[in-house]
Design a protein around this ligand. Structure first.
Ligand code: SF4
Length: 402
């Protein structure tokens, strides 16, 4: 089992490696092997934090057994998700696997060409395109100037791949051998993207020539994130059938995950919109959008998850962001995605994750105060003497009907 398979466990080669390995999943589960605990962590972090990365540190692990546990945790995580038997949980799990994978892909792509060619644990864009049978459908766009955006529309929330929790990252860096602009055949473009991601994704707003759509590098990565998400979700939930013993052995872990989910479901958000008390990371993102600058997928996801987390409805978020680069349709898509029909929150990424994306600058070392922006805001609201709700001002001037 090699590190690349463990890093990208949804690759066909990883599936083959698991099939060829002389390991039995029922035996691993019965023995409570490290892969089982890692699988539980994988699902828990997917559901609550939008990432499947290990809390203990960066991948890959230091030993061969870490690599094996990491790879085998993926099929066991799929069993856990199947046993949870909840469509929102499946969607969140698949989105988190995709977001984490693309975070790793972005780091791989930032790796210097020379290092990439000698490291077997990094992928290039060509590898990824081949993995999803897109090698012939995507071509570098020789006519695209550096940093060009693929669309002809304006700003976007860029909610690609369901707004992956930790997706995004550096935009338009043009690092390594990969160019900034691509052309993707219209069929795969329509299959992998959604007009619900925002106006700029609509075909009518795209440069289309010879049956291919121009996309920026970041937009291509968003489309690939959607491809990963679809592959992870494929076949979930599955019936365990003859593997009922596995279900029995995993019962307590599944019960823990259900309890965590229900605690999250019924947790009361602060339910007051006091922008003056927002954490600096969110204020910075709002100010950036107010300057009409486009937010990356990671930035827009973090902001939308925060606003939904403090109890704002999609309509309220649209009104709140009216004078920004974020378009109403993209906001609606992301905010509705972030709240399932039982009102379950998809919590915003942690401070640590936001720091990795350069979204958090840990002003005044306040990462010591809270682990995520929502907890920070809760503390700010609790400590404030006088809190004015932005929504009260809207009601007073009659603009809530906007
Ligand atoms: S420490 Fe957390 S709450 Fe504060 S700016 Fe960073 S991400 Fe935001």
């Amino acid at each position: 089992m090699d590190a690349l398979d463990a890093k990208y466990p949804f690759f066909a080669s990883a599936r083959e490696a698991v099939a060829e390995a002389a390991v039995s999943l029922p035996e691993l589960v019965a023995a409570d092997a490290p892969a089982v605990e890692r699988a539980r962590e994988r699902v828990e972090r997917a559901l609550l934090e939008g990432t499947v990365a290990a809390e203990s540190g960066d991948f890959p692990g230091e030993s061969a057994s870490d690599t094996q546990a990491e790879l085998l945790s993926y099929p066991i995580a799929r069993i856990l998700v199947s046993l949870l038997d909840s469509q929102p949980a499946i969607e969140k799990y698949a989105a988190a696997e995709a977001a984490t994978a693309m975070e790793r892909v972005r780091r791989d792509l930032e790796t210097d060409d020379e290092l990439r060619s000698v490291s077997s644990a990094t992928v290039g864009l060509d590898d990824l395109l081949a993995e999803f049978d897109l090698a012939d459908a995507v071509r570098p766009d020789a006519t695209a100037p550096a940093g060009v955006r693929g669309g002809t529309g304006g700003g976007t929330t860029s909610g690609g791949a369901g707004g992956g929790a930790t997706g995004g990252g550096p935009t338009g860096s043009g690092a390594g051998r990969d160019p900034d602009g691509y052309r993707i055949d219209v069929g795969p473009y329509l299959r992998l993207t959604s007009p619900e991601w925002g106006d700029s994704w609509r075909l009518v707003n795209r440069a289309l020539a010879d049956g291919a759509v121009r996309v920026s590098r970041e937009e291509l990565l968003a489309a690939l994130e959607a491809a990963v998400e679809a592959r992870v979700a494929e076949g979930l939930p599955f019936e365990l059938g003859a593997d009922e013993e596995i279900a029995a052995a995993l019962e307590s872990r599944v019960a823990d995950l259900r309890r965590l989910l229900s605690e999250r479901t019924y947790a009361e958000p602060p339910d007051v919109v006091a922008p003056a008390l927002f954490p600096p990371c969110m204020t910075n993102l709002i100010e950036k959008a107010e300057r009409d600058a486009a937010l990356s997928a990671a930035e827009s996801f973090a902001l939308m998850a925060f606003l939904v987390g403090i109890g704002m409805t999609p309509d309220e978020v649209v009104a709140f962001c009216a004078d920004t680069s974020l378009d109403a349709e993209g906001i609606r898509y992301q905010t509705e995605y972030l709240t399932d029909d039982r009102g379950t929150q998809y919590p915003p990424p942690t401070c640590e994750t936001l720091a990795n994306y350069g979204i958090c600058h840990n002003e005044d070392d306040h990462m010591q105060v809270a682990a995520d922006p929502l907890s920070y805001y809760e503390k700010q609201v609790a400590a404030a003497d006088d809190v004015t709700d932005w929504r009260d001002g809207r009601e007073a001037d009659g603009s809530e009907e906007d």
